[in-house]
Write a protein that binds this ligand. Structure first.
Ligand code: FES
Ligand code: FES
Length: 188
């Protein structure tokens, strides 16, 4: 079978029952995607297929020979991180890191879903979903973190989305702005 993963072509002679996750990890040496539960409950295996997030343990490789598959290895590399990878590092959005590749791939897909105006269970207005902490938590609920790094994961995603933290008052926003300016001045 022939596959396109992270923009590279791969030929693999695999059983038709092989999942995309096992194809990547066991046959192609792409071990960034993690196997947590192997039955669609944890999200550790999340990859992007044609830009949409998918649990790679639940989909067969044979179904995706004409698709563009992106794993965490394709999003960024050391020295050239994807903005979400960079934000996860700065916000300490992980502890053991096992869920992190899936969290980041899922967040990439999720941000695109919001941009396209797709509503979620947490959307107040189904025709114009606003991006806030409730949306992040709801939309990322398929990605479990056994280390419970959730607050920092939300911080990282919120920053990349350019959204405001939940419940911030106007005074708190002003204070945050002053701090950012101060840090900018100190850094320059
Ligand atoms: S390993 Fe795929 S959802 Fe858990
Ligand atoms: S950082 Fe350990 S499982 Fe999420």
């Amino acid at each position: 079978m022939h596959f396109t993963i992270n923009g590279q072509s791969y030929d693999a002679d695999v059983d038709i029952r092989t999942s995309v996750l096992d194809l990547c990890r066991e046959h192609l040496g792409l071990t960034g995607s993690k196997k947590g539960c192997d039955h669609g409950q944890c999200g550790a295996c999340t990859v992007l297929i044609d830009g949409r997030r998918v649990n790679s343990c639940l989909t067969l490789a044979v179904m995706h020979q004409d698709d563009e598959i992106t794993t965490i290895e394709g999003l960024g590399q050391v020295g050239n991180l994807h903005p979400l990878q960079d934000a996860f590092v700065r916000h300490d959005g992980y502890q053991c890191g096992y869920c992190t590749p899936g969290q980041i791939c899922s967040a990439v897909g999720m941000l695109d879903e919001v941009k396209k105006g797709w509503a979620s269970h947490a959307s107040g207005d189904l025709t114009d979903p606003k991006f806030d902490d409730a949306e992040i938590s709801e939309r990322m609920s398929g990605n479990i973190c056994r280390c419970a790094a959730y607050p920092n994961i939300v911080d990282a995603i919120r920053e990349v989305a350019g959204a405001e933290p939940a419940g911030r008052t106007a005074d708190e926003k002003d204070e945050a702005m002053r701090n950012e300016l101060k840090h900018g001045e100190l850094a320059s």
